[in-house]
Write a protein that binds this ligand. Structure first.
Ligand code: PBG
Length: 314
């Protein structure tokens, strides 16, 4: 069954299509802004008008959606710019929805892009205070949903945030807005390029007090179950490539959609090797994406979304 392409196509167990790809977007205030990110070739920070223009193009490629990260003008200790209903993410959601109403817009809910210390929550003493962070995350999710986000996606790893966000959305009458929980997010070195893009590297310390230990798999299943109990509608495993076993186990313990995040460092590795002629970029990209699907991901958040959708559409 491997002799010809026609036979291989027939025998193929896993498929990848553009609607299973979610493209991250870094949005920043201004007009006509296209600001390249050094460690992520091909990825730029865009102002809302540029995001809208891209959305119009991308919806034609059939990609599944976009995931918005805000890069605000100002940062403070409690991430005030992240909870502002007129902040950069709500403004970009509105611009994209006006331009391409059918493109699914997911928003990242987390304080790290908006805090001056770079941590994902409020700091008390030398630690992130879990419970004091929850109302801020709920406020942020509400601002995104009110602006028209189709899905809100908490990535902070505080305990109880899915429940807090669900309650806030329901009280505001936004009962139809689903929550994609980054249920098992590991404290990973592969977020390096993203932190450059978002200027969100912690000023002091690291995120190991709230993100998961890469050595743990059972703990990931517990995190997933807790988030499902709190009302998560979809769950996400992050990063993807070094965590395919986690994806496969997640797929087995839940019926809700399981997404994977093929993170910035995973993208940068392929880009860097390809730039040196050490890897065939397109082949490595497609093999990576199909392997993440094979492991159990229903959809993949990836910086390769647009390139891969173009390959799939050929
Ligand atoms: C936190 C967040 C991070 C990423 C997505 N959401 C960074 C972090 O936890 O440090 C990383 C994504 C990537 O590396 O592509 N808001």
């Amino acid at each position: 069954m491997r002799r010809t392409e026609a036979l291989r196509r027939l025998a193929r167990e896993t498929r990848l299509s553009p609607e299973q790809l979610i493209a991250p977007i870094f949005c920043t205030p201004g007009k006509g802004v296209r600001d390249p990110i050094g460690s992520m070739p091909g990825v730029e920070r865009w102002s809302p008008d540029v995001c809208a223009e891209k959305a119009r193009e991308w919806v034609k490629l059939g990609i599944g959606g976009v995931l918005l990260f805000g890069i605000p003008d100002s940062k403070d200790a409690t991430g005030t710019s992240g909870t502002d209903p007129n902040g950069i993410v709500p403004a970009t959601v509105k611009a994209i929805k006006d331009a391409a109403p059918d493109l699914v817009v997911v928003t990242d809910v987390c304080l790290c892009e908006y805090t001056d210390h770079g941590h994902c929550g409020v700091i008390e003493g030398s630690e992130v205070h879990n419970d004091k962070t929850l109302p801020l995350l709920a406020k942020q999710a509400l601002a995104h949903a009110r602006a028209g986000a189709d899905i809100v996606a908490p990535s902070d790893m505080m305990d109880g945030r899915v429940g807090a966000i669900r309650d806030a959305l329901d009280e505001a009458g936004l009962t139809g807005t689903p929550i994609l929980s980054y249920a098992s997010k590991y404290a990973s070195a592969f977020y390096g390029p993203f932190r450059e893009a978002a200027g969100s590297a912690p000023r002091e310390g690291n995120r190991r007090g709230y993100q998961m230990d890469p050595a743990n798999a059972r703990e990931a299943m517990r995190e997933i179950r807790l988030d499902l109990d709190e009302g998560a509608d979809l769950i996400l495993v992050k990063p993807a490539i070094s965590y395919l076993d986690i994806l496969a186990r997640a797929r087995e313990i839940t019926e809700v959609p399981v997404w994977a995040y093929n993170v910035s460092g995973e993208y940068a590795m392929i880009k860097a090797a390809a730039a040196r002629g050490w890897l065939n970029e397109e082949a490595a990209m497609m093999e990576t994406l199909i392997s993440i699907r094979r492991a159990g991901a229903d959809a993949i958040v990836t910086y390769f979304s647009v390139d891969a959708a173009k390959v799939l559409g050929r």
